[in-house]
Design a protein around this ligand. Structure first.
Ligand code: A3P
Length: 368
């Protein structure tokens, strides 16, 4: 058994090929193999261990905002909201940065784990590879393309991550004092102005399942061939990349009263986007007007984002399936699981949800 201790204190365990076979023949293949991160057992390509320590020790800036989610929970929607609120609140059409796709202006720091070689990164993620050559000259690809782009970005940064909270820098949720400005040390007023902030979006796991399933079919490197039922059972068992689902959500849920973290759900965003924008405005300390927020709601609505187009490179996905099943902006609704789940699968999932939310106070809308 090949084990390694991470800076976060977690242990990694490399899976043998037999263990991998038992998990799923449909799991995204990765040259480096797969690891579990213990104790929760997060499943990632083995190469991820190279980057987790870098992400953990990444230098945080007082005005960083992290958008953290389990995949397919509404990340892109919230990411665009945060990005425009922080970097282009008047939606200036001539804003130079906005000419780049969202996933280049606000990078997913964990995405390096999907590249098993530089060629693949260049082929699948042309816009990312180009940005890397432009802003990270002299830096080594092996040290992480996305991580180094994030490091090069101007403040305030909006950093996306699908890693659970505890795999990030332990200071992510702590108040930051202006330690560079000695006079302010210990002043509550200064401390209140300087946070690293986390926005966490959760989504009804039944809809996550449907959305994730479609995505894993559309993405070329995943090319998932199994049925939705099979996929859902793998997710429930924690036998798919990014799983297990519950510790991811519950770690953030337990921090919902932390002033550095804003916990919300996809369903709440769908039900009352203006209410959510007002909350985020306050959370970020932005003081944007109602009129600005209204325009941002419109700019980040499903139809507007879909019309502007997908923020990813075409080589990355299967175009036929994308057209047939929808892509990055597939349906954008609550409760689509009702169109896909068999009564048996629904029952199993209800039980799985009940078992896991028991005693937590977490309730998902449009689920049960
Ligand atoms: P569906 O597949 O159910 O349509 P993520 O960004 O975390 O990958 O989540 C993707 C899901 O969010 C997809 O769900 C996508 O359609 C939905 N989505 C993306 N932008 C949205 C928006 N502006 N409004 C509502 N839903 C959005």
């Amino acid at each position: 058994m090949n084990k390694q201790r991470l800076l976060s204190g977690h242990e990694t365990e490399l899976l043998t090929s037999e263990e991998l076979r038992k998990i799923s023949e449909d799991l995204v293949k990765h040259k480096s193999g797969f690891v579990r991160i213990l104790p929760d057992g997060w499943l990632y390509p083995a190469i991820t261990t190279l980057y987790l320590d870098r992400i953990y020790s990444m230098e945080l800036r007082p005005d960083d905002v992290f958008i953290i989610t389990f995949p397919k929970s509404g990340t892109t929607w919230m990411q665009e909201i945060l990005w425009v609120m922080l970097r282009n609140p008047d939606l200036d059409p001539n804003n130079e940065e906005m000419k780049e796709p969202l996933w280049v202006r606000s990078v997913d720091v964990g995405f390096d784990m999907h590249f098993d070689n530089e060629e693949r990164a260049k082929r699948d993620m042309k816009s990312i590879a180009e940005k890397f050559s432009r802003v990270c000259s002299g830096k080594k690809v092996e040290d992480g393309i996305l991580i180094q782009i994030a490091e090069s970005q101007p403040s305030p940064r909006v950093i996306k991550s699908h890693f659970p909270l505890e795999l990030h820098n332990k200071d992510l949720l702590k108040k930051w004092f202006r330690w560079k400005d000695q006079d302010d040390i210990g002043s509550d007023e200064a401390a209140n102005q300087y946070y690293n902030m986390v926005v966490y979006v959760a989504r009804n796991p039944k809809d996550v399942m449907v959305s994730f399933y479609h995505w894993m079919r559309v993405i070329r490197s995943a090319n998932y061939q199994g049925s939705l039922e099979k996929f859902a059972r793998e997710i429930m068992k924690g036998d798919f990349s990014y799983c297990p689902y519950w510790p991811h959500v519950l770690q953030a849920w337990r921090q919902r009263d932390n002033p550095n973290l804003y916990f919300t759900t996809y369903e709440d965003m769908k039900d009352d986007i203006m209410g959510q924008l007002r909350n985020i405005n306050k959370f970020l300390g932005k003081n944007l007007t109602e009129e600005q927020l209204r325009k941002i709601a419109q700019f980040t609505s499903f139809s507007s984002m879909k019309t502007r187009g997908e923020p990813i490179d075409k080589a990355y996905y299967n175009e036929d399936l994308w057209k047939k099943e929808g892509g990055m902006f597939r349906k954008g609704i609550k409760g689509d699981w009702k169109n896909h789940f068999s009564p048996e699968l629904n029952q199993e999932m209800d039980q799985w949800i009940r078992d896991n939310v028991k005693d937590t106070g977490l309730i998902f809308k449009s689920g049960n």
